[in-house]
Design a protein. Structure first.
Lengths: 207, 392
């Protein structure tokens, strides 16, 4: 068997709980309306956008890996709900960001995703071990974030109007009410699946 | 008039603001509450497991004629055990000498390959009962089952589902390859383990292996399991023969150099003495190689694997990593059976030696006769994950 690293869908669902909960908290508090703390707002927004995007890539990677392996179907009632949620979350955090943004986003999102996946699969196949041993993984992620921020700063300075999408922008339109509903349903499913998984069950195995 | 309207507007705005704050607070609470509540409830339920534990059976080095029966009571008590080969006539009897809470009674001079029934009486009342079968002296086909890492970790874990899957099944014994509990110095963890396991331990004797979690702090593991009671340095190792297979259980909760140093002679001598049997199975908690969190153990690879190869060990069974894995270390087969109860591994990196793996709750059933060893791994709902046969 060739050596490659992947997260298990169960773990991805646990992490998704953190991501989706944080997302909804920020969304509910509507922090972006606050005119104070501009720099912090800017910093947080950028860090969150990239974190969510990279986490989305990870979710998609995990979901696809699981679906492409025959063994993922062995215990499908246990695995499949997590795989489906990983794919939904992954699509939501990655593709949605790209599609809702102007085409120019692709220019910086895709390279960051490629760098991340490359680092993740090729250089740190044992990323957990790396995190465990020397926090190398964390430093790498921070460096990716730093490059991303520098890049965004540079683009902003050059007056290119691409920053028209805010991940946490709250807009009371009819369409966004459904979007909010979707977020809450996704959160509820992820939390339920996590709790069931922690008890040895899943959304398809109740007892 | 305008002033009054403005005042009214300000009041309405204030009320709206208040309303928004309340709604937002409620939403934030809804978002934050489920997981902490879950952990709280699970822990409360988990800690409520009864102290009194139904009996379990295990042995030292000769399960064909000597086993021990254990149980735990809330208070210091003296128990009487009645046992025999006829369920309706338990003609043999042993009364404990002194009162204790964790009880171990050794049954000796048993007949090989024979089913025994037993009943424990405390103060004239039946405390528990069970059955076991002694090992055969000759080679006869038999089946045993293996699980590992039944600790609960986060949440309740799935040991209860494993127990449900094993309940009522007929195996010669169950080997638990370590980390029976999350914290070996916490009595409640053992109470909970036995409470869940009692559904299968009533009919299936246990072959315990010590894990790193079992040996935390002032470990209680060896209070509950006395298989290694005569060993030096408080180490939990032992071995026994069952039909065509020699089983060697080593004390490698971490696989450190000092653990190896203290056992290496025993491992070598024990394997040397087992060469008359067709199969040799070695069980210890920490894997030599594996595709999970811990991966590779250099100490075990350098000092133990060559010995296992030298004595043609059929299979090495591990736990520690929370997934199922089967692979080869040269010609020696290894298995990792970490799907017994704890939270499964967050990430995996199957190596070039890995032949099969799954991140799912599982147990492994083994059939042995004089020339074959068939290992089948199942999910808790009975789907076959892996089927592998070894021949002499």
């Amino acid at each position: 068997m060739s050596a490659f690293f992947f997260f298990t869908p169960t773990a991805v669902v646990y992490f998704s709980v953190l991501f989706q909960t944080l997302y909804l908290i920020l969304y509910t508090l509507d922090l972006m309306k606050n005119r104070r703390f501009q720099f912090l707002k800017w910093l947080m927004n950028n860090i969150l956008i990239l974190s969510y995007f990279l986490f989305g890539v990870l979710c998609l990677y995990t979901g696809i890996i699981m679906l492409s392996m025959s063994w993922s179907y062995i215990d499908w009632r246990y695995q499949l709900p997590s795989v489906i949620l990983a794919l939904i979350t992954g699509t939501y955090y990655t593709i949605a960001i790209i599609l809702r943004s102007k085409a120019f986003h692709v220019l910086y999102f895709l390279p960051s995703a490629c760098i991340f996946v490359f680092l993740f699969i090729m250089i740190f196949p044992g990323i957990i071990r790396a995190l465990w041993m020397g926090l190398i993984g964390i430093i790498t992620l921070l460096l990716v974030q730093l490059f991303f921020l520098l890049y965004r700063y540079y683009v902003q300075k050059s007056n290119i109007h691409w920053l028209n999408y805010r991940l946490f922008k709250k807009n009371y339109t009819f369409r966004n009410k459904y979007w909010t509903l979707f977020n809450w349903i996704l959160w509820a499913l992820i939390v339920t699946e996590s709790i069931l998984k922690l008890s040895g069950l899943s959304l398809f195995i109740w007892w | 008039m305008n002033g009054i309207l403005s005042k009214a507007n300000i009041t309405t705005q204030g009320e709206n603001r208040q309303k928004t704050i309340i709604i937002k607070s409620v939403l934030i609470i809804i978002l934050l509450i489920p997981i902490p509540i879950y952990f709280l409830v699970v822990n409360l339920i988990y800690l409520q497991a009864p102290v009194e534990n139904q009996p379990w059976v295990s042995w030292f080095d000769d399960p064909h004629q000597r086993v021990y029966v254990s149980w735990e009571t809330e208070e210091d008590t003296i128990g009487v055990i009645y046992y025999g080969t006829d369920y309706n006539n338990l003609s043999l009897e042993i009364t404990e000498v002194s009162a204790k809470r964790i009880h171990h009674v050794i049954l000796e001079k048993l007949t090989a390959n024979t089913k025994y029934y037993y009943e424990i009486n405390i103060g004239g009342e039946i405390f528990g009962e069970g059955e076991f079968k002694t090992a055969p002296l000759s080679i006869v086909p038999f089946k045993w089952v293996m699980i590992s890492d039944t600790q609960r970790m986060l949440g309740s874990g799935h040991h209860w589902r494993t127990a449900k899957a094993l309940k009522g099944k007929n195996y010669s014994f169950i080997a638990n390859i370590g980390d029976l509990v999350e914290s070996g110095n916490w009595k409640e963890e053992f109470h909970s383990f036995f409470h869940i396991a009692s559904s299968y331990l009533k009919k299936i004797p246990i072959v315990p292996v010590i894990g790193n979690h079992d040996s935390y702090g002032t470990s209680l593991f060896q209070d509950y399991f006395i298989n290694g009671m005569n060993n030096p340095h408080d180490l939990f190792y032992y071995s026994f023969n069952w039909s065509s297979v020699h089983f060697q259980i080593c004390h490698f909760p971490y696989g450190t150099e000092s653990e190896i140093e203290l056992q290496v002679d025993w491992i070598r001598n024990d394997l040397e003495n087992s060469l008359i049997l067709p199969f040799r199975i070695v069980m210890f908690h920490v894997p030599i190689i594996g595709g999970g969190f811990y991966g590779y153990n250099e100490n075990l690879d350098t000092h133990i694997l060559p010995i296992l190869k030298e004595y043609n060990v059929t299979a090495v069974i591990h736990g520690h990593e929370h997934h199922y894995e089967r692979g080869l270390m040269g010609d020696t087969m290894y298995m990792i059976l970490g799907g017994g109860g704890g939270t499964l591994d967050p990430g995996l990196r199957p190596g070039e030696n890995t032949e099969c793996f799954a991140v799912t709750p599982s147990y492994t059933e083994v059939y042995a006769d004089s020339s074959t060893l068939n290992l089948k791994t199942f999910t808790l709902t009975g789907e076959l994950i892996d089927d592998y046969t070894l021949y002499i």
